[in-house]
Write a protein that binds this ligand. Sequence first.
Ligand code: ATP
Length: 234
Amino acid sequence: MLELSNVNVYYGGIHALKNISIKIEEGEVVTLIGANGAGKSTTLKAISGMEKLKSGEIKFNGEKINSLNATSIVKLGISHVPEGRRVFSKMSVMENLEMGAYTRNDKGEINNDFEKVFSLFPRLLERKEQMAGTLSGGEQQMLAIGRALMSKPKLILLDEPSMGLAPIIVKEIFSIIRNINETGTTVLLVEQNANMALNAADRAYIIRNGEIEMEGNAKKMVADERVRKAYLEG
Ligand code: ATP
């Protein structure tokens, strides 16, 4: 479904992604884990058209997307939930969700998708007229995910959904991620919480200093001594 081949991204003189190659099959949950500054967010930004590639290629369902703008990429079916949530704080929950559907004009279907998002996140329904900025951190994360779902993505990119949330809320978010995947959306999950991410994923890539250091079955990685030492212990 998604294929990155030898992707290179620079920020001025900083070589942030070095020949990154990643493959995601339809229906999978794939996680990209790694330390602070390893290049996880940059990888997602390259996919969603927010950062330009210096070289390499990104294909989605066989179509080259790395010279398209971000809106065209959303229209093709890729939705990005950025790090730090970034909901529109002065807008209501409902208005935030409406913004998520900005690329669509199938009104009846959009209404169905509001229902779907509210059944996934009943708390958003209770708070639908509330200003997004007054929601708790967990609720804002739910809103950011709900907003992304309103574009009806085939692939959703999640950047550190667990960041800054209490463990019980993190569990809730991960169970929602599983649910989203089970209802047909492919997931690329970026996390610093390697333990939760590997347990939720089918396959994983470890990124270090802008390079893919290791890839494989997520459950096998949990058991791998090197992975445990570097990412799961301490
Ligand atoms: P984090 O969890 O801290 O977001 P990350 O793995 O997502 O880490 P990136 O944000 O992708 O890492 O950053 C990769 C590298 O690129 C880092 O060295 C970072 O300092 C640098 N970088 C990221 N964004 C910019 C930018 N806008 N300008 C310059 N350098 C940047």
